[in-house]
Write a protein that binds this ligand. Structure first.
Ligand SMILES: Nc1ncnc2c1ncn2[C@@H]1O[C@H](COP(=O)(O)OP(=O)(O)O)[C@@H](O)[C@H]1O
Ligand SMILES: [Mg+2]
Length: 532
């Protein structure tokens, strides 16, 4: 699709932003071999053309089917700038060596032949030669695959997905074109424009172009109602990437019974990602670890936080990170992080993190990969500047890597304990109400007494089983139905008493209690687990 040419960018590269400045700096500093990881060849080419223009250099492209060619040159051009034999990578690299002009060479998809010894050797020699020349060799490929021999010579640059400014540039040009054709109904309101751009973050430029164009053609306008369509496109793309899952939150803090300290903490930060908070001098929160007893609402809280903060919830599927089907594990991790950052502000949710990194301390053969992947994650956590809030949950501390808990990586560790009597009452009320039953007609104090040691999830299950009981008997739910179910259930906490105690001891001086009645009071904790 062609759009009318956009206005000439201002001199501070507003279109490509930081990535262009970074490339420009590396090229000026004569980094000889750059490796850009990106799916967006065309965008890389445009960005490098811009850098070349600003530095007074020429851009020359290479692909295995076309050999060396000028960027705009048509594949069927009669007179070619370079010899057809340059489709041989070795011949092409020789040509790079031979040229004396200031040129940026962009080689597309050289990675499959980078296993070839001759190519590796040639690149090594080129690296030395290019250091003292006005030429730069840039490789672009969707995957970073660098032979160990070249690791010290190649600089890898993550060519990030387009930012708001670049998407804005695209959207304006599409709108202008549609308007010129007289097919646009109404104006594009600035507030709606901003929402559309936010919704499109995380898409490649092509994907965003398709999404905007399709929406405009389908609906003939771009209003608030169209934001959802762009978001749907993004969800589709994120799902396709296979590592992150886009969750629709559908849960609010009022669906969570108890955990008042945690809720308060969350509420206080609900504006933390706003422009106002930033100008007030507040850093965006980094993340939390929700640690605690299984079934007590940790995953539920992750969903609720995303809803209260109105941020997209991206669940990182660790199983897929380590599955060799998608790509190398470390690269999958890098890609997941890059996607989350491009969608920022967003929440990156890692459920049951201890399972994913269980191998980092083990002696199994996977431990090396696990700890490298975990290292990539930790470094990012430490250094990240993009507003990506991490929610990690864990049911167990035994396999939790201690590095994760070091100060500065996360804002807070919350301990989510078995619910207190008041919390159990709140949980009964929530689950009765969500199934259209009035909690007030039940004998709640009896239910609370009978459910000692039950997790939120077990209370929910009891309500469901009680409803089955009543349905079976052809009448509505009574307290007796619930009493009966509670009497028949052995809560997990009874069989896992020792583990829970261990968790509490560990958390006592390392974590904050998520409930207002803190587990830190030893009598409470002790009392709660006395069943006999
Ligand atoms: N504090 C709570 N308030 C309301 N419902 C709860 C609570 N804790 C657990 N539940 C119910 O149990 C389900 C499972 O809990 P979950 O959040 O997955 O537990 P965890 O992640 O801590 O193991 C939730 O979806 C919710 O329906
Ligand atoms: Mg969970």
């Amino acid at each position: 699709m062609s759009h009318p040419s956009a206005p000439e960018p201002l001199c501070e590269s507003p279109r490509f932003g930081e990535v262009q400045s970074e490339l420009e700096i590396l090229i000026r500093a004569r980094y000889p071999l750059l490796y850009l990881v990106s799916w967006e060849e065309e965008r890389v080419e445009d960005c490098l053309a811009e850098v070349a223009r600003r530095r007074g250099k020429r851009l020359v492209c290479w692909s295995i089917v076309r050999g060396l060619h000028a960027p705009g040159e048509s594949p069927t051009a009669g007179k070619r700038t370079f010899n057809a034999s340059t489709s041989d990578p070795l011949v092409a690299l020789d040509e790079v060596l031979r040229q004396v002009d200031p040129i940026i060479f962009l080689f597309k998809d050289l990675h499959p032949v980078m296993r070839d010894h001759a190519v590796v050797r040639k690149l090594k020699e080129l690296a030395r030669h290019l250091k003292s020349s006005p030429k730069t060799l840039v490789l672009v490929s969707h995957t970073a695959c660098i032979p160990p021999e070249l690791e010290k010579d190649i600089t890898v640059v993550d060519f990030c997905l387009p930012r708001v400014e670049e998407l804005g540039h695209l959207l304006d040009s599409i709108v202008l074109q549609v308007a010129q054709q007289g097919r646009l109904e109404g104006e594009l309101e600035p507030a709606v424009r901003q929402k559309l751009l936010r919704a499109a973050l995380g898409l490649t430029l092509k994907e965003a172009e398709n999404a905007f164009a399709r929406t405009l053609i389908q609906r003939g306008c771009l209003s608030e109602a169209e934001v959802g369509l762009i978001l749907d496109e993004k969800k589709r793309v994120i799902r396709k990437s296979g590592i992150l899952e886009y969750h629709d939150a559908h849960r609010s803090l009022s669906d969570v019974g108890g955990l008042e300290h945690l809720k308060e903490w969350v509420r206080k930060r609900s504006v933390a990602f706003s422009e106002e908070a930033r100008s007030f001098g507040l850093p965006p929160p980094k993340g939390v670890l929700l640690l605690g007893v299984q079934g007590c609402g940790k995953s539920l809280c992750a969903r609720a936080i995303s809803q209260v903060w109105n941020l997209p919830l991206l669940r990182l599927d660790m199983g897929r990170i380590f599955s060799s089907l998608v790509g190398s594990s470390e690269e999958n991790m890098r890609r997941a992080i890059a996607t989350a950052e491009s969608v920022a502000p967003a929440i990156l949710w890692i459920d049951e993190i201890e399972k994913a990194f269980a191998g980092t301390r083990g002696a199994d053969s996977d431990a090396g990969t696990s700890s490298r992947v975990f290292g990539t994650f930790l470094t990012w956590l430490q250094e990240k500047t993009a507003p990506v809030f991490v929610i990690a949950t864990a049911n167990n501390i035994a396999t939790l890597p201690p590095e994760l808990l070091r100060k500065g990586r996360l804002d807070e560790i919350f301990f989510v304990d078995l619910p207190t009597p008041e919390e159990r009452q709140a949980i009964f009320e929530i689950h009765l109400r969500s199934r259209h039953r009035d909690p007030q007609i039940q004998d709640l104090s009896r239910l609370v007494a009978l459910s000692e040691g039950f997790s939120g999830s077990e209370i929910e299950q009891a309500v469901v089983s009680g409803l089955y009981e009543a349905f079976d008997q052809g009448r509505d739910l009574t307290t007796e139905d619930l009493e009966k179910v509670l009497g028949q259930t052995v809560p997990l906490s009874r069989t896992m008493k020792e583990e829970i105690d261990r968790l509490r001891r560990w958390a006592a001086d390392r974590a904050r209690g998520a409930s207002s009645e803190s587990f830190l009071k030893p009598e409470t904790a002790a009392r709660q687990l006395e069943f006999e």
